[in-house]
Design a protein around this ligand. Sequence first.
Ligand code: NAD
Length: 379
Amino acid sequence: MNSKIRLGILGGGGDSLIGVLHRVASSMFDQFQIIGGVFNPNWEENIGFAEKIGIPTNRIYKDFDTLVEEELKLPEASRIQVVSILTPNFLHFSMAKKLLENGFHVICEKPMTTTYDEAKILESTLKKSNTVFSVTYTYTGYPMVRQMREMIASHAIGKVQKIDIQYYQGWINPVIHNEELRANTWRLDPKKGGISCCIGDIGTHAFDMLEYVTQLKVGKVLSDLNYVYDDNKMDVDGTVLIHCTNGVKGVIRTSQIATGEENNFTVKVYGEKAGLKWEQENPNYLYLLEDGEPLRVLKPGNVYNSPLSLDGTKLPPGHPEGIFDSMGNIYKGVAKAIKKEPYNDGEFPTMRDGVRGMNFIECAVESHLKGNIWVNLDE
Ligand SMILES: NC(=O)c1ccc[n+]([C@@H]2O[C@H](COP(=O)([O-])OP(=O)(O)OC[C@H]3O[C@@H](n4cnc5c(N)ncnc54)[C@H](O)[C@@H]3O)[C@@H](O)[C@H]2O)c1
């Protein structure tokens, strides 16, 4: 009998960036089987892609509403159980809401919605639905990020006193200086991306990472965003000062115009006793910095790591793991939740994290637009 969880996919077609990551991640621990979906709004592309990657075409649907309608006609034992939403941002909310209302589990790309209000509606929908929901803040699945969280929780660095998270990319640099490209990039279109580009796309990763590794809550933010051109409605760079509710201060520095940068996501947390530093482009190294001591480097799979970190490592030490493994670990956590097996809170980002992320985006934009003032996040 096939005991795999039946997975449907929305978006993530052959023309997409993120589709392949979810397909590989979902198959990594033999927990999920892709049953069907809508990869692309264009039928030829949609069905053609399904054929190309070898998915039976009988459950490839012409659009999202048809998927829900047809799947609900099937007996529960063969129906799609969980749907991954990998479309541009403006489609996430309506898709996720309808899926939850109809009893499907949901794995949703970030940012979870385009507004904070939508996020709160989704959260109340989930509460009534008896389903599992995850928002894919991908980077929280890395073994050494998990190790960082566990070390901070066990006071290995002492009381946290400074947080510095940098997420620098350069890919928008050629786009922003070309009017045609600028007009045709959905991340720069508020109707498709939401109210923010840089903070919405990567600032939200940085914010989630801050709360994930420190388990502190951000209380208020003060931001200074950069739009480069007056006719550009979306930020492409921004610095956000952070005050956590316990008084710890930090900074989130994000940019999509950091010329030449690829995916330079660097997380630094300093405590009274020591500091920890992790760099996404070199994710198998977690640096431990101590006064007057040589730099120490922790690596995945070693016995000195926490159970949460080791659970996300598949091979013995020395076999590098990367972004596919990180997303694979999130899918693994979601599978445990769907199967009602025990899991650690740090195994996958939840609806709450998605709601916090939307609250952060709106507060950061509001702070900038009101003249760089402090704006409080909700509890
Ligand atoms: N977690 C991460 O690190 C990460 C990285 C990249 C992108 N993302 C997120 O993933 C989402 C998609 O980003 P992307 O870069 O892959 O976008 P993309 O533009 O490369 O791909 C979007 C895909 O959605 C499909 N699509 C569009 N409308 C559709 C519809 N109505 N029904 C079905 N499919 C539809 C397109 O055909 C395409 O295949 C965004 O929300 C983005 O923020 C997350």
